[in-house]
Design a protein around this ligand. Structure first.
Ligand SMILES: Cc1cc2nc3c(=O)[nH]c(=O)nc-3n(C[C@H](O)[C@H](O)[C@H](O)COP(=O)(O)O)c2cc1C
Length: 181
């Protein structure tokens, strides 16, 4: 199976959400038989959707913007599973991931049909915080709209004193998710 992983945290060199996604992907790789392609969205040029409607015209060849979105679109079209990782920012996904999802508007939705989407969120608050629930609901609506299935939603809480890489419970949860593939 082909797996596409989209990272969307500017927290470098170590990001909680990216770390947990890597734990999941390492576990999937251990099982074998999968091909993983990773893109760090914070390193890519993704222009802001300006709602011009060009991508929606009947004769459209897609978005007019010359950036990295066609690379991501091709990878989405070829992937079987689409993973995303984002920090929780202001009860939402990061602006980087949101900007990329806005640009899904210019991709044929057939690229997503029947595919599964897997989202890893890292916040500072406990996972009972409203933000994780809002993100899950939003992603569920996005998936319904584009014809994909939200299969994994992993909400995680990390603090500066206990980051994800020092949190055995979160690491165990991530490994359990990875072993399901
Ligand atoms: C601009 C900004 C907004 C944030 N908003 C929230 C929030 O609404 N809820 C929360 O729990 N944490 C919030 N945080 C904390 C981050 O989600 C937290 O540090 C997270 O672990 C970062 O994940 P990362 O290391 O993958 O970037 C915010 C941090 C920043 C910089």
């Amino acid at each position: 199976m082909k797996i596409l992983a989209l990272y969307a945290s500017p927290h470098k060199p170590q990001s909680n959400s990216n770390y947990l996604l890597d734990v999941i992907l390492d576990e999937i790789n251990n099982v074998g038989g999968h091909q993983v392609l990773k893109y760090d969205l914070t390193d890519m040029t993704i222009g802001t959707c300006i709602n011009c409607g060009v991508c929606r015209r009947p004769d459209s060849k897609g978005c007019f913007q010359k950036d990295d979105m066609p690379t991501i679109a091709t990878a989405i079209g070829e992937a079987d599973y689409i993973f995303m990782a984002s920090p929780l920012y202001w009860w939402n996904i990061s602006a980087t991931l949101k900007g990329c999802i806005d640009r899904f508007y210019g991709i044929p939705f057939s690229f997503f049909h029947g595919k599964t989407i897997h989202l890893v969120m890292a916040g500072q608050s406990e996972t009972s915080n409203e933000g994780y629930r809002l993100v899950k609901n939003t992603m569920q609506c996005v998936c319904d709209y584009i014809g994909a299935h939200l299969r994994t939603y992993f909400a995680s809480a990390s603090t500066l004193t206990i980051p994800a890489w020092d949190n055995e419970t979160l690491i165990a949860q991530a490994k359990t998710i990875g072993r399901k593939f």
